[in-house]
Design a protein around this ligand. Structure first.
Ligand code: AGP
Length: 616
């Protein structure tokens, strides 16, 4: 949800800000803008649409200066117009501000400021904050770095809601303020220069030394240094400097046309990274030190709750089957957005997992906080190191899948399932799994990356089938047991990047209503590997075929029982039922990708979507 980047140093700010925006574009791409200080003047440029439009504007109307801020917007308050694009100025046009988040009490503040004579030029909550800071400055005499920071602090204390902001003042060249509450913000430490960004991907080409802002922190930043203060008046702890564990290349496209395709192809590697150092043959189990729980504490767990949103929720659904099968622990899944407001009765020995690639999803974070508030131990399964969920949870497991830029989640999904499998193995070995069963599970886990490579080799065939069906008006996806969530995920992938309506269902639900939709031009994608429910899925396929429906099946290599029945078949290598979803989802990721490309959709920047949803 919106990307922000700020720069203060010796170099021209605009190229650095633009490059950062390009890397952050996956967070929002309705409009973009920047403001750079030049000789006591704020030069602002804004454009509706993609970052390219801002590049074009700057080629005609360049800006110069070495202090600046910029923003790529995913609209929350106010339509997608140039007036609503960031940065916003205060009434006296002395300061510029970019903001990621939502200010919940902006209407009351706007009314108050309007009464005080301020005319607003946009419909945004952000302009209200800019004007509030401007008024605070006016009340307090000549501007100094400290008085500026104090004015921002006083204004932020008046707002309710979430923010990650960067602010500059025309009279303070070489000075930048950053602050956060609820929305991510990171400070990049360079040599004679500093950066602010909502995501490290924006600045990793310049520095890998970063400080993740904690909630309610505000910083004064210059080219030579920075100082962090607390917005709540508490004396802050020591500043922790982290080293980012990937380089600029990891966030480049390389030879791929889209990040989504790159990330689909990265799955053998990302899975290897997820399992690296975590498989113990000696104990026939998984080693997950980050859980921060003793064996006795893990053994005492009676119930598990898995929560997340979108694709992460689908991974949770797969995890439910895996945990119940391997560890025999009653497990339930909740959409994080529901869990945060639900009064779910839970026994005291409940363990909660918040699953989130970004680690910044507002609903998932709120669910984590609510569970912690109720006294449950709440752990995170995140990809972004240092993200808010990772920091606020009692412990957890990093996915280590590498940066995921494509808005459609792919490699994070398979890594999430793998992490849940490792947790199930660890907890299962404390309960019902023997040493030899543990070893067998380990060897199946180790075999996964090569099997994924084999699935990826079928890409050309999957692409040809995708082209054939790309103009279908609607797709149905069916799966049963472990593969029911894969039906949901296959449908979500297709919807979000191709805008073709699609829905996922448990196979057996066909006859309870969905069968009414079956006809020749509505393809049914059925995930039917040779497993304990294969015969049941076969019945579903027969029922569809009997009504002239078209069937695209995903099944196990070597299975010939769908030949002559299904219209098209995607094969995946054999694997145990509990790991099969990691394989069966891959043809569906490729299928969705190739359909979207065939019909000319912008795969990496789908309509209306943003990569991480940091607003409610
Ligand atoms: C997946 O393709 C979506 N873009 C979306 O559903 C995503 O999985 C969801 O917003 C959760 O994001 P998170 O994993 O970063 O919390």
């Amino acid at each position: 949800m919106c990307g922000i980047i700020g720069y203060v140093g010796k170099n021209e700010a605009a190229p650095i800000l633009l490059e950062g925006l390009r890397r952050l574009e996956y967070r929002g791409y309705d409009s973009a803008g920047l403001a750079v200080l030049d000789g006591g003047i704020i030069q602002r440029r804004r454009r509706v649409g993609r970052i390219e439009n801002l590049y074009e504007l700057l080629s005609v109307e360049p800006v110069h200066g070495s202090t600046g801020i910029s923003h790529t917007r995913w609209a929350t308050h106010g339509a997608v117009t140039e007036e609503n694009a960031h940065p916003h100025l205060d009434a006296s046009e002395s300061l510029a501000l970019v903001h990621n988040g939502v200010l919940e009490n902006y209407r009351e503040l706007r009314t108050e400021l309007s009464r005080a004579g301020i005319n607003f030029r946009s419909q945004t909550d952000t302009e209200v904050l800019a004007c509030l800071i401007g008024l605070e400055i006016q009340k307090n005499g000549p501007i100094t770095p400290e008085s500026f920071r104090l004015a921002v602090e006083r204004s932020l204390r008046r707002v309710k809601g979430t923010f990650g902001i960067a602010v500059i003042h025309c009279k303070l060249p070489g000075f930048l303020i950053g602050a956060r509450r609820g929305s991510p913000l990171v400070l990049g430490i360079g040599s004679g220069e500093h950066f602010l960004a909502s995501d490290v991907t924006a600045i990793v080409g310049h520095t890998r030394e970063v400080v993740y802002f904690k909630d309610n922190e505000i910083a004064e930043i210059t080219a030579e240094g920075f100082e962090i203060f607390s917005l709540t008046g508490s004396t802050g702890g020591s500043v922790e400097i982290h080293s980012v564990d990937f380089d600029a290349e990891a966030v480049e496209l390389g030879p791929y046309p889209h990040f989504m395709l790159k990330e689909i192809y990265e799955q053998p590697t990302s899975l290897r990274e997820t399992m690296r150092g975590r498989l113990s043959h000696e104990e026939a189990s998984a080693k997950l030190g980050g859980l921060n729980m003793s064996n006795a504490e893990l053994r005492a767990i009676e119930r598990i709750v898995l929560c997340g949103c979108g694709t992460a929720f689908h991974a949770a659904l797969v995890g439910e089957y895996i945990l119940e099968t391997l560890a025999q622990i009653p497990t339930e899944c909740e959409y994080a957005s529901e869990l945060r407001y639900r009064n779910l009765p839970l026994p005291k020995d409940t363990l909660v997992f918040a699953i989130s690639q970004s680690g910044e999803t507002a609903d998932t974070l709120a669910a984590l906080r609510e569970c912690k508030r109720k006294g449950h131990r709440a752990l995170g399964i995140c990809n972004n190191v240092g993200s808010t969920i990772a920091r606020e949870s009692d412990g957890g497991v990093y996915m280590h899948a590498g940066p995921e830029i494509g808005v459609a989640a792919t490699k994070s999904f398979t890594s999430q399932i793998l992490v849940l499998s490792l947790i199930a193995l660890l907890m299962g070995r404390m309960r019902n799994l023997s040493h030899s069963q543990g070893l067998e599970i380990l060897s199946e886990i180790e075999a996964l990356p090569e099997k994924v490579e084999l699935v990826l080799e079928n890409s050309d065939y999957i692409s040809a089938v995708a082209k054939k069906f790309a103009r279908a008006p609607y797709f149905l996806f069916f799966g049963r047991q472990f593969n029911y969530p894969i039906a949901l995920e296959g449908a979500l992938k297709l919807k979000e990047i191709s805008y073709i309506p699609a829905s996922g269902h448990p196979s057996a639900e066909l006859k309870h209503g969905i069968i009414a939709l079956i006809k020749e031009n509505i393809p049914s994608v059925i995930i039917a590997p040779e497993d304990s429910v294969f015969e049941k899925n076969l019945n579903t396929i027969e029922e569809i075929k009997a009504r002239n429906g078209t069937v695209i099946a995903v099944t196990t290599e070597g299975c010939d029982r769908l030949n002559g029945i299904a219209d098209e078949i995607f094969f995946v290598p054999p694997a145990p039922e509990y790991l099969m979803p990691i394989l069966t989802v891959i043809p569906l990721q490729l299928f969705a990708y190739h359909i979207a490309v065939e019909i000319g959709c912008d795969v990496d920047k789908p309509r209306n979507l943003a990569k991480s949803v940091t607003v409610e």
